[in-house]
Design a protein around this ligand. Structure first.
Ligand SMILES: [Zn+2]
Length: 258
């Protein structure tokens, strides 16, 4: 069994990050992950395909299409569309986007409805991959129960074939999900796992704290991380700290165990 893996690039030329690591999967931001401006990605990464490197784009964190606040939700849809369009142009296989949340005190149902409207309205030449998140009571994709309602809300969309799932192990652990049944539990709801963000967690199980740790140095039991990596049936992306050195160590850790 060959598992494809790689890391989130911290280089101005993301392709170099994958080349330096010797990996065949790559993730990066098209632009400032905290910013709202239309992405304008000018680096030529067209060699990725010929080099066998699969490319994924991570949408900015400010995107929250579930939001019950118009001034967040509407620009979020626009920004997500711009990132999808640009990601498709550079040859990406998908765009990872966080599940988001409604404003505290608001009804979660409105958030799920907003997700459905967002998906109905997107032009998706490549899939969006909805990622589970670690914390918050008003999140759309923290708990399995909410993920189930989210999927029920979106699965009738004409665009559902272009909606996938990105499973983040740090977020799942910090959210309080059972790591030993995680892959099956998620797949039972979404029918698919397209990508894994393989991260250890500084925060304790159920803490809701989103702080990524290098593999084997956080609180997720090593065998549980490896089990997810092995059984998810999807490419793995590291989003761990420590720059290139951290990724080199994490990949060595992973190679030893896979
Ligand atoms: Zn992630």
């Amino acid at each position: 069994m060959t598992i494809r893996f790689g890391a989130h690039s911290h280089s101005a030329n993301p392709l170099d990050w994958a080349r330096d690591l010797g990996t065949n999967v790559l993730q990066f931001y098209l632009d400032d992950p905290q910013g709202w401006k239309k992405p304008d990605f000018t680096v030529d990464i067209s060699a990725a395909a010929a080099e066998g490197i699969d490319v994924y784009v991570h949408a900015p964190y400010v995107v929250n299409v579930a939001s019950t606040n118009n001034r967040v939700r509407i620009p979020s849809r626009k920004l997500l569309q711009q990132h999808v369009t640009e990601a498709a142009r550079v040859g990406a296989k998908g765009v990872v986007v966080h599940g988001g949340h409604v404003t505290g005190g608001d009804d979660l149902v409105d958030g799920f409805t907003n997700w459905r409207k967002a998906i109905d309205g997107l032009d998706l030449p490549i899939p969006i991959l909805i990622e589970n998140t670690a914390g918050g009571t008003y999140a759309m994709a923290r708990f399995l129960e909410s993920l189930q309602v989210l999927w029920a809300a979106i699965e009738g969309s004409d665009n559902i074939g272009q909606v996938g799932f990105c499973l983040d192990t740090c977020h799942a652990f910090a959210a309080g999900l059972d790591m030993t049944t995680l892959v099956d539990d998620v797949r039972a709801i979404t029918g698919r796992i397209d990508l894994v963000h393989l991260n250890d967690s500084k925060g304790a199980a159920g803490s809701g704290v989103d702080r990524h740790a290098n593999l084997g140095t956080g609180q997720v039991p090593a065998e549980q991380l490896v089990e997810v990596a092995r059984t998810a049936g999807a490419p793995l992306i590291l989003e761990t700290p420590g720059g290139m050195e951290g990724h080199v160590a994490d990949i060595a850790w992973l190679r030893e165990r896979l």
